[in-house]
Design a protein around this ligand. Sequence first.
Ligand code: NAD
Length: 480
Amino acid sequence: MISYTSLFIGGQWVAPSTAATISVTSASTEEVIGVVPEGAPADADAAVAAARRAFDDPTGWASLEPSRRAETLEKLAAAIGESSEDIVRLVSEQNGMPISTARTVEGGFPGALLRLYAGMVRDQQLEEERPGMFGGHVVVRRQPVGVVAAIVPWNFPQTLLFSKLAPALAAGCTVVIKPSPETVLDVFRLAELLEQAGLPHGVVNIVPGGRELGAYLVEHPGVDKVAFTGSTPAGRSIAEACGRLLRPVTLELGGKSAAIVLDDAELVSSAQDLFGATLLNNGQTCFVGTRILAPRSRYDEVVDVFTAMAASAVVGDALDEATMVGPMASSTHRDRVEGYIAQGKSEGARLTTGGGRPERDRGWFVQPTIFADVDNSATIAREEIFGPVLSIIPYGDIDDAVHIANDSGYGLGGTVWSQDLEHAGAVARRVQTGTVGINHYIPDPAAPFGGVKGSGLGREFGPEGLANYQQQQSIYFPPV
Ligand code: NAD
């Protein structure tokens, strides 16, 4: 049982303003595994004030040479590397992510992102001189945007946090993190490492809480920029608030991506990549291809491949090394996923495997489930289920496949499966989403990641991810 009684604000462990707490439960055993203080508005005020002070300090974080900030980020990456197993186990226990996935993703991305952005700011030219169009010259400067509110979900709590924290810190911003109540223990563990890496006081502050606290932070007068990952409805409401306040915001939201199987795809030898691109993290992944578009010429075979894949996936405790599909993150979330399965059945889709709960006496498990003969207008093809539930949709020719793929309120990911990489690339170019994978799907931190339509605004990762945390100032020098 892990217990914290203080909040990490201003570089100190401080008493929370209220006695409210968050209990964290293991998704696999339903046992309470930890308790932390819940942040209240007064704690958010203290966190924003600490971040503001740290940002405004004329000799502080924002004014350091980028190479000094880069050094600290690299120290933090090393500290995280040493405690990685601790952190990934906490993530797995809390949200049900299979430990093997947690090790690669949650254990790998934070350090990689810190090193990526450390390198990027080390090489970045902060001031550029341009000849003026009317004589004189202009100095164009890149400056950190200020205090960032980073609001993250529970499904990849570390990776999605570091997709904001690493570029924000590299740019010289200070940050208030609001983790999801389901996954707080890994972030408290991280706070200890921030101290160890020597991050100046107030540069990173943590206030755990629910949606109300998140909304409070979004509108806080001391916040200069909001970076959000979560559901589309929450993203819309945050966008509205930021629009009114004219506050810069990046939104990484939901998805309903298509996996387009072309008629020459080699599926059997791609089993591992297919699984990763469609069922990663028990389907609790924004970018997975949950609509499988299968050519009529090979339709039965594609249904058989996915049915066999789902039926043979090892379902079990997230901490078990053999587990391929763990439990849903919470009982409420399992109810939601089961609601969609019931809807799929009632709307006439053909269930080929799963559809119920595996025989286990505890944990919020759902069987990996495949629906065939799904129409793209069905609820299970339109809405994000966020569980191990895939819909197989038949198509005629390539134009039909592209039309179905693009006929969605979302536009985040997608995949194209073919032995002909050139042809697959040509199809990928017609898909209206922020990212597409060919014969696999793994977001690459070197390149921008994000969505169009209901999947969000802006991009994380790559140099584009750093630009979110920098603004330009032009200084006009007169002719001499
Ligand atoms: P959620 O929107 O319920 O919550 C996400 C975070 O925002 C939590 O910390 C929550 O407390 C907070 N929050 C909720 N409503 C808020 C509001 N109105 N104002 C401010 N903060 C608010 O999402 P979730 O259920 O935790 O996560 C799952 C969702 O996240 C899925 O829709 C998934 O697709 C999406 N997601 C997107 C990406 C991406 O990169 N595009 C990545 C992972 C997850």
